[in-house]
Design a binder for this molecule. Structure first.
Ligand code: AMP
Length: 284
């Protein structure tokens, strides 16, 4: 069964009558197999899954792509209904607010900050972005009251920000991170890939190629960290990279001396499209 609500009051009524605990997948829509992998995992562990489709204005800067962000609700619902066929006894409740006022009614003043993690990397380039993300996810948690929520590791910093928010606010919600789903040629799936023209789509393959090269240099071979850092300095001479950094996978600190796992985070920009990708490495 798939139920769609565009009004928050209706969704809340539905939620109040829910007997089972709820799994939750928040998205901005324009669904691809990355989003669907989160839904599949949620359905594998919960008989009731809430799935939100909301392009959150608070996480876009004034010069960013809020207005042109792809909105494809009918196609999205088709993909969701197809997933329901895989899990015929499940109940999927889609929350697709008709307007931002449904989520943030007039007078809603709450802001959620996650100091530290929010100010670096993506947060430094996009001031206010993670406050917007944390604020909407917190608000959606308040409405949906899930037991467990699913996020993609594709947006690794976002995943860490949400995990930290849940810890700081002591919310009784389990946060699960899911692996990056890629196209057949390695490019991480993203709604923003469709902004790329044919040449840019080719150029975009640089990201996963470089990430893989560095991962292979380091995986299990801590001694190669210095060599990898040198290689990264070379790579960064290509100005299409916004950043490419080896970081502590838990704190995103540049100090790797106590890191249990290392993450390599990169953003590659083609015209105005910023493509995020990352990979995780063991260093033991
Ligand atoms: P978005 O709609 O871009 O806000 O993404 C909604 C959720 O889907 C976030 O938790 C993302 O990290 C996740 N996601 C987006 N792309 C991918 C991908 N290629 N693989 C796995 N998860 C993804």
């Amino acid at each position: 069964m798939v139920i769609v609500h565009t009004a928050t009051t209706e969704l809340q009524k539905e939620r109040e009558n829910e007997k089972a605990s709820v799994g939750f997948v928040p998205t901005m829509g324009n669904l691809h197999q990355g989003h669907i992998s989160l839904l599949r995992e949620a359905l594998a562990h919960n008989s009731v899954v809430y799935f939100s489709i909301f392009v959150n204005p608070k996480q876009f800067g004034p010069k960013e792509d809020f207005n042109r962000y792809p909105r494809t609700l009918e196609d999205d619902l088709q993909l969701i209904r197809k997933m329901n066929e895989e899990f015929p006894s499940a109940k999927i409740v889609v929350y697709a607010p008709a307007s931002p006022d449904e989520v943030f009614p007039e007078g809603y003043n709450q802001k959620v900050e996650v100091p530290g993690l929010s100010g670096i990397l993506e947060g430094a380039i996009r001031p206010g972005h993670f406050e917007g993300v944390a604020t909407v996810v917190h608000r959606l948690f308040e409405i949906v009251k899930p037991r467990e929520a699913y996020f993609g590791l594709k947006d690794y910093q976002q995943f860490l920000v949400i995990r930290q928010m849940v810890k700081d606010l002591n919310l009784p919600i389990k946060i699960t991170g899911m692996p990056i789903i890629r196209d057949h040629d390695g490019l991480a799936l993203s709604s923003r890939n469709q902004y790329l023209n044919r040449e840019e789509r080719q150029e975009a393959l640089t990201i996963s190629r470089i990430l893989n090269e560095i991962k292979q240099m380091i995986d299990g071979k801590k001694a190669n960290l210095v060599k990898a850092q040198e290689y990264i300095r070379e790579v960064l001479k290509d100005s299409r990279w916004n950043y490419l950094e080896l970081l502590d996978g838990d704190s995103l600190s540049q100090d790797l001396t106590r890191a249990k796992k290392i993450t390599l985070l990169g953003v590659f920009q083609l015209r105005t499209t910023r493509l995020l990708d990352n990979t995780q490495m063991e260093i033991a």
